[in-house]
Design a protein around this ligand. Sequence first.
Ligand SMILES: [Zn+2]
Length: 47
Amino acid sequence: MTHHKLTLPQKTCPVCQRPFTWRKKWANNWESVKYCSVRCAQRKGQS
Ligand SMILES: [Zn+2]
């Protein structure tokens, strides 16, 4: 088989401004994932 790099999709977290990569736990809801972590998702609501 041909070798190919793993090209997992990435997004940038709007809270910490860091790119994060697709994870298996997001397989079912990747399109709706916005934050790299629960912590960032919670921080969004804070100042
Ligand atoms: Zn983040």
